[in-house]
Design a binder for this molecule. Sequence first.
Ligand code: TXA
Ligand code: MG
Length: 315
Amino acid sequence: MKMWDQISEAVKQLARGNLVALPTETVYGLAASIDHPDGILKIFETKERPFFDPLIVHIGRPEQLKDLVEEVPVAARILAEEFWPGPLTLVLKKSSRISDQISSGLDSVGVRLPNHSVTRRILRQLKIPVAAPSANRFGRTSPTEAHHVREEFPGHSFLIVEGGQSHRGIESTVVRPTPDRIEILRPGPISDHEIRRVLLEKSLEIPVVFLESSASPGHTPHHYQPEIPLVWSPTPTLSADDLGGIARNLHLKSSTYKCLELPSEAHLAARLLYQELRRLSKEPIDFILFCPPARLTGDWRAIFDRLQRASSLQL
Ligand code: TXA
Ligand code: MG
């Protein structure tokens, strides 16, 4: 299908309440219009996602935010102006426009304006925000290409919009501004340093803190897992003892493995992370070994967060 046809077909499907997989700069999302409760239900069913895990709402224009939330605090406005369109999700007190089904009964909602030209066109034409979690089965590695979504849901019947490789490669930073501090609920492509810098530039001196994952219901300790186990090791070579220990621990009959090798620069590493996990999962090996590169540059916090959750074992 040509890109223009994909865009109009996506708008049509979403307006009818059907699911559509949309490309974003972070990862692909599985979207439904917020005006269609049956579509939202299909997201949970298709992903086998527990109902306690709230969905992020995606908008095509910044002006759409005010209808979705009770109020936009100053810090949220500054961050949206700086980082939208982009990989930043703002968690704010929700308005009556957001159902309990979307927010999982919480009184807040996560909103973001994705930075992908195709998806922005779709959202602008639709004029209604969509709820969209990452387009993977619950707890699994997020898709960064259209064919990953196809592999994730064999026999699917929804449209998958082809939008190339997600250039950020990991999910958005989830931020909750409160009156006395900015809480980061999920680390992501936008770092705490960048958030602090932007607020300071606007003379807003407010602490920026990382919160434990319990504040973000879906950010569970075991998430993002590849199809075969991932083992985190401080060194690239494993002794016979290590191998025996890993096999016992993970109940493996043998212990062949390949290393997950990532570039030392954080942006590049993030872009390749999920793609590499998927590729290695298809190899005839028993587990994937991750050992951090010797020399790291940039901010690795979000990548380490995902790898920690994706690991079945840490040596
Ligand atoms: O980059 C992204 O954010 C991608 C793309 C598709 O936009 N979406 C994504 O959605 O990662 P999902 O559903 O896989 O992860 C959303 C995370 C979950 O951990 C959820 O618990 C948290 O955001 N979240 C959503 N609404 C929240 C709220 N009101 N309060 C706290 N956490 C919330
Ligand atoms: Mg997800």
